[in-house]
Design a protein around this ligand. Structure first.
Ligand SMILES: [Fe+2]
Ligand SMILES: [Fe+2]
Length: 356
């Protein structure tokens, strides 16, 4: 695969993902739906349930106007089907119709308000995804109110489906990026699965140091694509078992620059470049390509440097056997202050998965 093809596939996949709507975080959307419902239906309390048809459960997903303590039970079982549209029926749904009769009595004691609420199904083309509920005195809804309530239910269902589709698409994008990186790595004498492992270690680090969602995703992609620039390195150098000559080493050391250049063609990969470009910098400033030192090395790159070295040490190479995790950690520690960020290294050590 040539550089241009990689750029095109990454760009197309990313564009498609964006088209579906990259800002569609299900939690944010549901919050907007709850607020809109409260305003349009003049309700102070709104509940949004998600249906799991297979398990026949309804789970509270979002709430407005309720305290956590108001909702001691979050999931209900043995749900009766409610896939009718309220506009056709001219009516709204109540909990008595949805919950199995044997739950009514105890629920009337713990959450009596549920039975005074009215619900619209989250429905697209006859398929129910959940329920949107509002509080209210028992009254006849006017046809207009029914229409609004029903369309809010449908909007919530569409938003939910969009968010699910986006997540699936994003997963596909990651898998493709991963397959691409792994195909490039397979030219290298690495044991298979390097990309996946480096990604997993990086994500665990992200979790430990509390990166936010966006930072975590950028780190994940940078970890997946860190060696993508090896596409531009000759097999003769990449697969050479003997020591590289100075000239070969110089060419090999270009791979972070080539990787950054490839990703530079894809606007959406902007956040990923620092990790790819600087994953071979050393903490003491003796690395490449820019001889950055200390915290001037982007965080992504400092993390990738550690997890990349750890994985390289714990997998077999043609010229040596793999070290055990504990040995590898000790070797990393010995190089701690010169090569790696010592604080991040300490955190990596505490990730119990590796210290066996
Ligand atoms: Fe590398
Ligand atoms: Fe690597």
């Amino acid at each position: 695969m040539v550089e241009k093809e990689i750029v095109d596939s990454l760009r197309n996949l990313h564009d498609l993902t964006k088209t579906i709507n990259s800002s569609l975080r299900i939690e944010d959307v549901m919050k907007v739906i709850c607020n809109k419902t409260a305003r349009l239906m003049k309700a102070e309390k709104v509940l949004l349930f998600v249906l799991d048809e297979k398990e026949s459960t309804l789970t509270i997903h979002s709430k407005l106007g309720f305290m956590d303590s108001d909702l001691p039970i979050k999931q209900f079982h043995n749900i009766q089907s409610f896939d009718h549209c309220i506009v056709h029926k001219g009516t709204v749904i109540t909990m008595d119709e949805v919950l199995a009769a044997d739950q009514h009595q105890s629920l009337r004691q713990t959450m009596p308000f549920l039975f005074d609420m009215f619900f619209a199904p989250l429905e697209i083309q006859g398929e129910a995804y959940g329920l949107l509920g509002i509080n209210g005195e028992s009254h006849e809804f006017s046809p207009v109110e029914l229409e609004i309530f029903c369309s809010l239910g449908s909007q919530a269902a569409i938003a939910m489906e969009n968010a699910n589709l986006y997540q699936k698409l994003h997963k596909t994008f990651l898998h493709t990026a991963e397959a691409l990186a792994e195909a490039i790595n397979s030219r290298d004498p690495y044991t298979g699965g390097h990309t996946r492992r480096v990604q997993n270690y990086a994500l665990q680090m992200a979790e430990s140091i509390g990166l936010n969602m966006e930072e975590k995703e950028a780190l994940r992609l940078a970890a997946i694509l860190h060696d993508i620039g090896k596409i531009g390195i000759d097999d003769a150098i990449l697969r050479k078992v003997d020591r590289l000559t100075a000239e070969e080493k110089r060419k090999m050391n270009d791979h972070p620059l080539i990787g950054a250049k490839i990703l530079g063609y894809v606007e959406e990969m902007k956040e990923v470049i620092p990790g790819v470009l600087h994953h071979h910098e050393w903490y003491d400033g003796s690395g490449y390509p820019d001889r950055l030192a200390g915290e001037l090395i982007p965080l992504q790159a400092r993390i990738i440097a550690i997890v990349d070295a750890f994985d390289a040490m714990t997998t077999d190479r043609p010229y040596r056997r793999a070290s055990l995790a504990a040995e590898a950690l000790d070797i990393l520690d010995q190089n701690g202050s010169s090569h790696f960020d010592p604080e991040l290294l300490t955190i990596f050590r505490t990730l119990q998965t590796y210290v066996k």
